[in-house]
Write a new protein. Structure first.
Length: 580
């Protein structure tokens, strides 16, 4: 055999090994995802959480394994770029035969980026430009069922509900169909749609997350359409429709970047993403992939989207608005809704954390139920930008504070490690710029955010306004993770009574304070609100300053309860209509 033939054979073996690893990843992903139905039916919320953890760990595991295998196969040739260019060529041929090529391409990139620690992107050994190609995805097969509208709304909803079979029966399908149909008919009337439904299209796959199951579709009326989401819960009496969602904003909140990923079993995620994009046109393709658990591919889309933005605009990266962090250096571009967060080299007093500990906190958030209140962060390595895209102030600051995370040379800025997040408006800034009514709503939701986090077993650590942000839907979310911890490890204590006048005057606590001790009474000091806003906050959320609130939540969690947090307004819950 000639050397050329051996080379060719090796190339084929490697390309096939990588596609095989990808297929294995897909198969395992599917098995875990398919369990969601059974978890929902059995009300096995702990099982659902375990599945979610397993699925989040899967990608790295499979990539680790294939990298070891390829290293063995290529031996000394592992870093030979020419070999990899050939492997890419062969792999590309294999990809073109499968209908989830975009995911397979991302998988290949994960492998080569791991081996080469590529700075920027290298089109010779990586697939690039995914986003321009996935933007034009068409829905070719039918991931949805169509229902023609020559029925009453109630009958239509009843038929739809019956088409989704679960082992558990509906508690009362007619009752729920009637309640849902009233909401839909009201919506048709009040939103100026034609009064009748022409047809409904419902995704055949159910979206499962936490304790919820969501039937997702769209309703066509005249020349328009709007989303239809039926949120199901499995209650002791059977399955009920807990809410019906009919607006883009509300579906967008359901699919928010502050929530954990759905488990939804689909053959071709790209078709699902196209469908979802039709009802949430303002969401990035990247975010939609991420929301259904393809977060690695979502990252490819995000990066590609960013490069395209940079090529079309001449805006520069600047320091993010708001108070500077002691742990993170944060930058953004004014009209691009993402922030980059890099870990600083040193942390000023009183921070006594480490780079590893900070990264562990971001990882905790990645795996934890984000409860609609924690901003999702995608971790990136070795990003490369033109130096002239950075403002001078930002360059100075990065040089001074983040030399371990960012290398600046004559032409380029290489960001060795960063978290990319959706930009929100820091709450301290928001409150300064809005009218009283908006500020009031935000302040009440600030308390709700702390409570939702508590219900999901998270204590934010640093409750200052500057660490919370406001989304475009006006929801309050948290983004500062270095002091965040599990609520279950906190020791909530009542302040001991001072023994003497000297004790009271003492600058240092005169009693022993453990590392995990939290004094809820003291939290008042951190709620940086004054005047009416402070009063409103205390009115709605005074319980946060009472140790009993925290102990109660802790005992519910330690008792094994998965506390309900709904991804829609309480007022939307049909339970009110059922009682009324
Ligand atoms: N997702 C985001 N959207 C908009 N601004 C953000 C976001 N994340 C961070 N910022 C801005 O960057 C600042 C610092 O970020 P962050 O609070 O995460 O860093 P930190 O160093 O951990 O802060 P601290 O010193 O409070 O611990 C924030 O005060 C805010 O102004
Ligand atoms: Mg902060």
């Amino acid at each position: 055999m000639t050397e050329k033939t051996i080379h060719k054979q090796l190339t084929n073996i490697c390309a096939e090994a990588i596609i095989k690893a990808f297929n294995e990843y897909q198969a395992k992903f599917k098995v875990i995802t398919q369990r969601a139905k059974m978890r929902f039916e059995n009300q096995d919320w702990h099982g659902m959480k375990a599945d979610s953890d397993e699925r989040l760990d899967l990608y790295k595991k499979v990539v680790d394994q294939i990298v070891v295998e390829i290293s063995r196969l290529l031996n000394n040739g592992i870093n030979d770029k020419e070999i990899w260019m050939n492997i890419k060529g062969t792999y590309s041929g294999l990809c073109s035969k499968i209908d989830i090529w975009e995911l397979a391409e991302t998988f290949f990139n994960s492998v080569t980026r791991r081996i080469f620690a590529t700075v920027g992107v290298d089109p010779q050994i990586e697939f690039v430009d995914t986003c321009t190609r996935t933007e034009i995805f068409q829905i070719s097969a039918l991931p949805y069922r169509t229902y023609t509208g020559n029925l009453s709304t109630q009958s239509l909803i009843e038929i739809i509900l019956r088409d989704y079979e679960h082992q558990t029966a509906y508690e009362n399908i007619q009752r729920d169909a009637e309640l849902v149909s009233e909401k839909i008919d009201d919506h048709l009337k009040s939103s100026g749609y034609s009064p009748c439904i022409d047809r409904a299209e419902m995704l055949t796959s159910v979206h499962y997350r936490g304790k919820g199951a969501y039937l997702i579709g769209r309703i066509f009326s005249g020349s328009d359409f709007f989303p239809l989401v039926l949120a199901l819960l499995n209650t002791p009496g059977g399955i009920v429709v807990d809410a019906v969602i009919l607006s883009e904003n509300e579906v967008s909140i359901l699919f928010s970047f502050t929530r954990s990923y759905f488990h939804v079993d689909v053959k071709r995620p790209n078709e699902l993403v196209s469908f979802l994009k039709s009802i949430m046109p303002r969401k990035r393709i990247a975010e939609l992939y991420i929301s259904i658990g393809y977060n690695k591919h979502g990252k490819s889309e995000l990066y590609c989207d960013l490069l395209h933005y940079l090529s079309r605009s001449d805006k520069k990266f600047e320091l993010a608005e708001g108070e500077r962090g002691m742990v993170m250096e944060v930058f953004t571009m004014r009209d691009y809704g993402l922030v980059f967060k890099v870990i600083k080299d040193h942390f000023a007093y009183p921070k006594h954390t480490t780079r590893d500990a900070v990264m562990a906190k971001y990882d905790l958030v990645f795996k934890h139920d984000r409860a609609g209140r924690l901003v999702d962060a995608q971790e990136f390595e070795h990003l490369k930008f033109n130096r002239n895209r950075f403002s001078d102030t930002l360059l100075d600051s990065l040089k001074q504070n983040a030399a371990q995370s960012v290398i600046i040379n004559d032409d380029n800025v290489i960001v060795k490690h960063a978290y990319l997040e959706r930009r929100v408006t820091p709450l301290n800034i928001y409150l300064r710029n809005v009218d009283d009514a908006e500020a009031l709503t935000a302040v009440v939701d600030y308390g709700n955010a702390i409570k939702d986090l508590a219900a999901s077993n998270i204590f934010p650590g640093d409750l200052l306004l500057k660490n919370f942000g406001v989304t475009r839907h006006g929801r309050i979310v948290f983004y500062d993770y270095d002091e965040l911890c599990l609520l279950s490890v906190c020791n909530f204590r009542v302040m001991p009574q001072s023994r003497s006048y000297d004790d009271e005057l003492s600058a240092e606590p005169w009693f022993g304070v453990g590392e995990n001790d939290v004094f809820p009474e003291e939290l008042r000091k951190f709620i940086g609100l004054q005047g009416m806003l402070r009063e409103i906050f205390l009115d709605h959320h005074g319980d946060l300053f009472d140790v009993r609130f925290w102990h109660q939540i802790q005992s519910r969690i330690s008792g094994g309860e998965t506390i309900d947090i709904f991804p829609y307004e309480q007022s939307k819950r049909l339970v009110h209509d059922r009682i009324g």
